[in-house]
Structures are given as C-alpha cells and as structure tokens.
Design a protein. Structure first.
Length: 453
C-alpha cells in the first residue's frame, strides 16, 4: 500500500506542473482564435492552416525531446549526469538543423507552403505573412524544447513549467497588443499572432540561458554538440529516430486532415479551428499523465526495478482512462459556451456543434494511445512499435479513407470528419496487445560509457 501511495504521490507531483504548462499552451491557441474572431473568419482560417507547420515542427521537437527523455530518464535513475549532458548535445544537433530548415522555408517561400493547404487567395496572402514572422520563433524553439525536455526527464518539471509560463503569458499579452494595435503598437491582425510568438520565444530562450547559468549540473552548453560518444549516439539514433519518425508520421498525417478540410470550404476550416482548441483543453490532463508516467517509469527502469515498473504502468493506464473520460466531459461542458460566443456563419456553426460532439469520445481514444505509445512504451526504450503502428494506421487507413470519402465519394463534411476521427480506435487492439505482452519493458542504460571514450 505504501508503494502504491508513493507512486501516485510522485506522479501527481510531476503531473501538476505539466498540466499547468499544457493548459497555458492551449490558452495561447484559444487566445489566438478568440482574438482573431474579432478580426474575421478569414484570419482564423489562415492562421489555423499556417499553424499546421508549427504543429509539425512541434511534433519533430517532441519526438527528439521524448527520444532524449527515454535515455535521460533512465540514466538519471542510474545516476549518470554526464551521459545526460551528452544526450542533450546530440538532440540539439538534430533539432537546430531541422529548425533552421523550417525557418528558411517560412522566410523565403511562405506562399507555396500555404498553397499546399488551400487554393483561397486571401487565406494564402494572410498565411504567408504569418509564416514570415514565425521564422524566428522556429529557431528559438529548436533550442528551448530540447533543454526543457531534458530538465523534465530528471524531474525538474517546475523549472520547465516556469519557463513555459513566462513564454505563454507573454505570448497572450503580446497577441492582444499586436492584433488590436494596443499601447501604440501597429494593428497587425493575423501577423500580430506570429510576431507575439517570436518575441515570447526569444525571451524564453534567454530565460533558459539564465537557468542554465544557475544550474549546478545540467546546462544548456552547445559545446556538448561536438562531444563524440559512439555508444550514446548509436542509442540515441536507434531510440530517438523511430520516436521522431513516429511523431512526424502522425503529425503530417494529422495535417492531411486539415488539407482535406481546407479543400471542403472555409466554413469547415473555421469550425475545425475552434474544435481543435477545445480538444486541446480536453486532452491536457490525459497528455500530462502520459508525460509524467513516462518520466517516472523511465527513472524506475533505470534503477533496474522492472517489477515495480510493470506495476507502475498498470497504475498509469488506470489514471489515463479516468482522465480521458474527464477530457470528454470537458469538451461536452465547453459546447454551450463555444456555440454561444463563436462568430461564424450558420453553416460553420452547424459543423462546429457536431464536430465537438464527435470529440467528446475521441479524446479517450487519443488519451489511451498517447499514454501507451508516447509514455509507457518509450519509458521502456520501445519507440519502434509506435512508429510502425502510427504509420500504418494513419497512412494506410485514416488519410486514404479521408481523401476517398471527401473527393471520390464526395460525402458531406461531417461524415468525412467522423471517418477521420476513427483513427485512434483503429489502433486500440494493436496497442493494447503490445502493452500486455510487456515486450516494451527494457533497461537501455550502459555501464562504462566514458571509459570507452
């Protein structure tokens, strides 16, 4: 009974800061939509489509960060801090390269980037301006996301959350300033959202350097990018690249949903923009549980307490189902508020109502899969299963089904949306079978890393 109480106590200590962090992240997205609601439906739609690139980039950084976390959490349980610092350097090599690529594309070719999602000239123009302003934030994000992931993996979630609180709070304030032209600032509309994001990301990066300077062990030190350790690099590539591939395959496929909606009219895009924000709030608690569970299980496995890790995984699953149900109730409870205050066309409001109803149960499907694939399995060093599972489910089932339903069968918008939202439940039999097999449970740390050079 004591062990049970200790596990739940530890996980709640980790969950609370992560939930606050995710809550603020969702608050920024909702603030964008609420404020742009007063600018116009075109601005909401354009920013929603252009933000798909940030969503893809987030999943790239999340993949690299969770890959680094898989190793770092176990090495923290083992007590090897030098290995963690080297892992951070390896992750930064990848994240900075990818961030630079996205920043250059957003700065130099934003119009073609928007044309992938829509053929509406007004949305392309607004979205292209938004992407140009976002380019700086991509670079800052590539550094901060890795450093904060490392801090979370060693249990310093409060510091990580404080950094995000700073960035998100500032982002919301600056959104209002630049969207509406407050305090003598220019009135930039949709471009104001991107400018606010870039400034807040720059300040967050500066704050990370301050935390690094004050830290006694884990620092944001770019010199570790050039430290060579074949064993750690090999482990990082073996474990992180499937995690990265998993998150890219999932996020690009999820962006294809926006491509499908984007070609079904601005009413469908606008309704989907609001639904995405509400769903983000609904998944905060369950995704926080997945992150916290992954970190804690990784620490336990690094100590080589495998039986205790099995028991912990069962507890995490129970928490996930409970939080998934709560998430669905949050979406249901938000419905009357959103439907009352959204300023959309009559058709878009009709879409919005039924899309939100679909998400009341979709949240539970996403909660279980995210907790197992991105939390429990990765804690045990298994990132390969998630990559295979998500790639097959999304690209061989959900995306082709969506395109077929929308453009071949030409089904109504709500039927297409319903079919797209079957993806999470199509994974369940496969994911739950792998969970019960316990093949994901592995201690991936090594001894004598730096004796070998």
């Amino acid at each position: 009974m004591t062990n049970k109480d200790t596990f739940y106590k530890q996980i709640f200590k980790l969950v609370l800061p992560i939930v606050i962090q995710n809550l603020l992240s969702a608050a920024v997205s909702s603030a964008d939509v609420v404020m742009l609601n007063y600018v116009g439906q075109s601005s909401i739609s354009a920013v929603s489509l252009a933000s798909q690139y940030a969503n893809i980039l987030f999943m790239v950084f999340y993949g690299l960060g969770t890959g680094a976390t898989m190793l770092s959490a176990q090495y923290f349980g083992k007590g090897d801090m030098k290995a963690i610092q080297v892992i951070e350097g390896i992750a930064l090599r990848f994240s900075l390269l990818i961030a630079l690529l996205f920043a250059c594309l957003a700065l130099l070719v934003p119009e073609p980037m928007m044309q992938i999602f829509t053929n509406d000239r007004e949305l392309i123009t607004i979205g292209a301006s938004y992407l140009r302003f976002m380019s700086v934030s991509y670079l800052c994000w590539g550094i901060t996301e890795v450093y904060l992931a490392i801090l979370r993996s060693i249990g310093r979630v409060v510091i990580s959350t404080a950094m995000n609180v700073l960035a998100f709070s500032l982002n919301i304030f600056l959104n209002a300033v630049f969207i509406f032209g407050l305090l003598g600032a220019p009135k930039l509309g949709a471009m104001g959202v991107a400018l606010a994001t870039s400034i807040s990301r720059l300040i967050e990066l500066f704050a990370c350097f301050v935390v690094s300077f004050l830290s006694k062990d884990i620092k944001l030190d770019f010199r570790y990018m050039f430290v060579k350790n074949k064993a750690l690099f090999s482990d990082f590539v073996r474990l992180s690249l499937p995690a990265l591939g998993n998150d890219i395959a999932w996020s690009v496929a999820f962006s294809m949903y926006s491509v499908i909606m984007g070609h079904m009219g601005t009413d469908a895009v606008a309704a989907n923009s609001f639904v995405t924000v509400v769903r983000n709030f609904g998944t905060i608690l369950c995704f926080g549980t997945a992150s916290a569970g992954g970190i804690l299980l990784g620490n336990i496995i690094g100590m080589n307490k495998l039986e205790e890790a099995k028991d912990g995984a069962t507890k995490v699953m129970k928490l996930t189902v409970a939080t998934g149900i709560i998430g669905g109730l949050i979406v249901l409870g938000a419905m009357p508020i959103v439907l009352r205050y959204a300023t959309l066309t009559e058709q878009a409001m009709h879409y919005l109502k039924y899309m939100m109803l679909i998400n009341t149960y979709y949240v539970l499907g996403a909660a279980v899969n995210t907790t197992l694939i991105a939390g429990v399995f990765r804690a045990g060093g298994d990132s390969r299963f998630g990559f295979i599972c998500d790639t097959i489910t999304m690209w061989c089932y959900a995306v082709p089904l969506g395109f077929f339903a929308a453009f071949i069968l030409k089904l109504p918008v709500l039927w297409v949306y319903f079919l797209l939202c079957t993806d999470e439940f199509a994974k369940w039999p496969w994911v739950l079978k792998h969970y019960r097999s316990m093949k994901w449970l592995n201690n991936i740390t090594r001894d004598g890393l730096f004796e070998e050079g």
